[in-house]
Design a protein around this ligand. Structure first.
Ligand code: ATP
Length: 326
């Protein structure tokens, strides 16, 4: 449903060239839900803007929903829904009017546009809000309207750029649930960007990890996590005891070099549960009161850490905006 070969885009800003996307090969099959996961500035939005015809690639080719991106951009536009970061509504129309207008822009007849408005409002639980001005909606309601706008013309492919950014965890889960219901009912192909690791893990069939404009890993969340062997152990202790705790951790059999962050010490071991008794005994002997000890299974962040030596999570936390409830 989406195929790219060597797709690239460079920008020129302040006399400098920025290679935002450096030749990516992507294959998304019909009906799949695929996530493009990466830290800030990795090239996610630039990739989406190219695939939705808003930005011309500097190099490479792409076929989207059977249409050639370069030769037939109008064909691509007819077959896709794009839910941009920050949404696409002006806010001065009611929910119903926004949806009807969008349907008409996509060439639906008035009657068909109205019928589809009714359907998508029901699917995204917007029916009770149909007469509300879009500008008066809460963040979660507004994001649901954005998704409805992307779906009103029944596209076979939807691009969702950070659909849950800025929403609280409950609203994020609810939005994902609705997107998946639509996919199950209509077989829509869903291509989505996020920097929320847990969402990529829980809701995607496949994850593409992008960093510095290149796809550095891809696979099912399970297959990606399986590349990181063992468990991570995290111990929280009083701050003045972290160095002594790190020294104890370093002496445990097969433990990786401990990493100290604030009042916590982290390290990798082949089997978390096997080292816990020794660890507790050693802490007890040294009179170090452990405030918490956690054995964490690998996450998608661990694979990113393994490949790049950096954490997506820390980058994302820096960017996270104030959560907005439905
Ligand atoms: N119009 C532009 N002019 C110059 N540089 C740009 C432009 N648009 C994007 N870039 C740069 O290209 C790189 C990729 O940006 P992009 O917005 O695609 O990243 P992203 O992964 O979507 O990040 P985020 O998660 O912060 O939205 C960044 O270094 C960005 O500064």
């Amino acid at each position: 449903m989406i195929t790219t070969r060597g797709l690239a885009r460079s920008f020129h800003a302040n006399g400098q060239q920025v290679d935002a996307v450096k030749g990516i090969d992507i294959d998304v099959l019909a009906g799949e839900c695929v996530t493009l996961l990466g830290p800030n500035g990795a090239g996610k939005t630039t990739s989406f803007r190219m695939l939705t015809t808003l930005l011309r690639p500097t190099a490479g080719t792409a076929i989207v929903a059977g249409c050639d991106l370069l030769a037939d951009p109008a064909g691509v536009r007819r077959h896709i829904g794009y839910i941009a970061q920050g949404g696409g509504t002006s806010g001065e129309h009611t929910v119903f009017e926004e949806l009807e207008l969008q349907g008409r822009l996509y060439g639906l007849s008035k009657a068909e546009a109205r019928r589809r408005c009714g359907e998508v409002m029901e699917q995204l639980e917007l029916t009770a809000l149909e007469k509300r001005l879009a500008s008066t909606l809460s963040g979660g309601q507004r994001r649901r309207l954005d998704v409805a706008l992307g779906l009103v013309h029944s596209p076979p492919v939807v691009f969702l750029d950070e659909p849950t950014s800025g929403l609280d965890p409950q609203s994020r889960a609810a939005l994902w649930k609705r997107v998946h219901m639509l996919r199950a009912e209509l077989g829509t192909t869903v291509f989505v960007t996020t920097h929320y690791l847990e969402e990529a893990d829980a809701f995607s069939d496949r994850v593409l990890i992008i960093d510095h404009g290149r796809i550095i890993a891809e696979g099912t969340p399970e297959a990606l996590k399986a590349k990181v062997s063992g468990h991570r152990v995290e111990i929280t202790v009083p701050t003045d005891m972290v160095q002594a705790t790190a020294a104890i951790a370093a002496r445990l059999p097969d433990a990786s070099e401990p990493l100290v962050r604030g009042d916590s010490v982290r390290f990798q071991v082949p089997k978390g549960e096997a080292v816990i008794p020794d660890l507790i005994r050693a802490l007890d002997f040294a009179s170090i009161p452990a405030l918490s000890i956690q054995v964490v299974r690998p996450t998608l962040d661990d694979i990113f850490l393994l490949l790049t030596g950096r954490s997506i999570r820390e980058d994302a936390i820096a960017k996270a905006s104030t959560p907005d409830r439905t």
